[in-house]
Design a protein around this ligand. Structure first.
Ligand SMILES: *Cc1c(COP(=O)(O)O)cnc(C)c1O
Length: 389
């Protein structure tokens, strides 16, 4: 087996990007308008499309260059005191925590629910009874949506602002008629791919407008306020979405429904078949469950199996490697186990997250996985389930 024979490997993930031909009409429009960035016609059209889908006024949302900067600017726009303590799950992508640190705050790492793998309002309530918390940043883990009504009740009863890192959850996480703030990623590996990109949507009055201004360096462009146009209103950054990226986002949006449905069907099929083999062997393989959050996962972007214990995961990793099937330990190690992050964080007890970090394994999952790809994955799982671990 040699690594350079890369065509034989089943990839973990293949981006689902529109072809250059599909992009051409939007690129032509962009070039005729000679408008390439700074909230041009394509960015505005993409924002109108989002406003329609969320049934929200267009000024309650703004595109950004990526979700990481979206989170950082939302935290800045909330105007928390410096070094505020922001509760987030220990089990997440590193950007959730780096955004908090770069916004001048302290990540307080909390546990997750064993079924949904989410930091829930109950967990946040218990944590804030034990330690000071100034804001909460739950993550829609692997796209699994949060119960926004429950988070609205949490905000109302505690007074703490809540921002959902919904980076991987476009199409699954909605506001569900509740008050709330969501940040999505349009990265090429997420459910609405634009190469790079992000979307901030909030029912908080003025929040999206402040993020929009800060995404353009913090420059005032509003003639209605008492500040000359072009003057700096706050210390922002450059987090604008370009017209090139908006073109890809608009093209992706056109096929989003169909692609999301295909992903859902493929995900259901793989979960059923992989799960059946695991169960057959009496090995109790499980998957992320929406039972405790109520809303379904509409647009899965990856497949993550939970093995009964660490040796079982190591065996499945080994079997897959031997059969040239790519796997990944998604969101691992936990944030507190990364030396560059640890000194910046406070860590609460996280037994469930620790267990997840020893038992989860990402398997290949992407649109247009061939029948052969699927068979190879299922054969590997069958091999894993044979014999002792
Ligand atoms: C992908 C991801 C991010 C980062 O999104 P970018 O748009 O790439 O910056 C942040 N948080 C979570 C949970 C993610 O999955």
């Amino acid at each position: 087996m040699s690594m350079d024979d890369s065509t034989d490997w089943v990839p973990l993930l293949v981006p689902d990007m529109p072809s250059p031909q599909t992009l051409l009409p939007w690129l032509e429009r962009m070039h005729s308008a000679r408008h390439y960035s700074n909230f041009g016609p394509l960015v505005r059209e993409l924002e109108s499309e989002f406003a329609r889908r969320f049934t929200m006024p267009v000024d309650s949302l703004t595109t950004v260059s990526n979700a990481t900067l979206g989170l950082e600017l939302v935290l800045q726009a909330l105007e928390l005191a410096p070094k505020s303590r922001v509760l987030l799950p220990a089990f997440t992508f590193v950007a959730t925590a780096t955004a908090v640190i770069r916004a001048g705050h302290v990540p307080v790492l909390a546990d997750v629910d064993p079924e949904s793998w989410l930091l829930t309002p109950d967990i946040a309530r218990a944590a804030s009874a034990d330690t000071r918390v100034d804001a909460v940043l739950p993550v829609a883990t692997f796209g699994m949506p949060h119960d926004m009504q429950a988070w609205q009740r949490f905000e109302e009863s505690t007074g703490l602002p809540v921002v959902i890192d919904a980076a991987a959850a476009y199409g699954s996480q909605w506001l569900q008629k509740a008050q709330g703030t969501l940040v999505f990623s349009l990265h090429t590996t997420k459910s609405l791919p634009a190469g790079e990109g992000g979307l901030v949507i909030s029912t908080r009055p003025g929040l999206a407008a402040r993020v929009r201004q800060m995404s353009n360096f913090g420059i005032n462009l509003d003639p209605a306020v008492d500040l000359p146009i072009g003057t700096l209103a706050s210390i922002g950054s450059n987090a604008k979405m370009s017209e090139y990226h908006a073109a890809i986002g608009l093209a992706s949006l056109q096929v989003w429904e169909a692609h999301a449905q295909q992903r859902r069907l493929l995900h259901e099929q793989l979960v059923r078949e992989v799960g059946r083999i695991g169960q057959h062997a009496g090995l109790g393989m499980t998957f992320q469950s929406s039972s405790s959050c109520g809303a379904p996962l509409i647009a899965p972007a990856l497949l993550c199996a939970r093995l009964p214990h660490e040796p079982a995961r190591m065996k499945l990793e080994r079997v897959c490697r031997d059969r040239q099937i790519t796997t990944r330990r998604w969101y691992q190690p936990l944030l507190q186990d990364m030396p560059a992050l640890r000194p910046h964080c406070e860590v609460l007890p996280t037994p469930e997250a620790e267990d997840l970090s020893h038992t989860l394994l990402g398997l290949p999952f992407f649109l247009n996985m061939t029948g052969e790809h699927r068979l190879r994955v299922l054969d590997a799982v069958a091999e894993w389930a044979k014999g002792s671990i």
